[in-house]
Ligand binder design. Structure first.
Ligand SMILES: [Zn+2]
Length: 57
């Protein structure tokens, strides 16, 4: 995923995927965890278009 520096700085950063996933599952909306190529940490995004969403049900 392409990430612009502006988005990277605005978004909350998580040091681990586990930490980001823990926040994502508690959110009201579907969030995806992705590793940022700029800061090498993890962000959450609500944009799921183009990302494969694994079905858990
Ligand atoms: Zn970032």
């Amino acid at each position: 995923m392409q990430t612009s520096p502006g988005i990277c700085q605005r978004k909350r950063r998580y040091e681990t995927r586990e930490e980001a996933d823990a926040v994502a599952v508690r959110a009201d909306v579907t969030l995806r965890t992705y590793k940022c190529a700029l800061c090498h940490q993890f962000h959450l995004t609500s944009r799921t278009k183009g990302l494969r969403v694994p079905r858990t049900i």
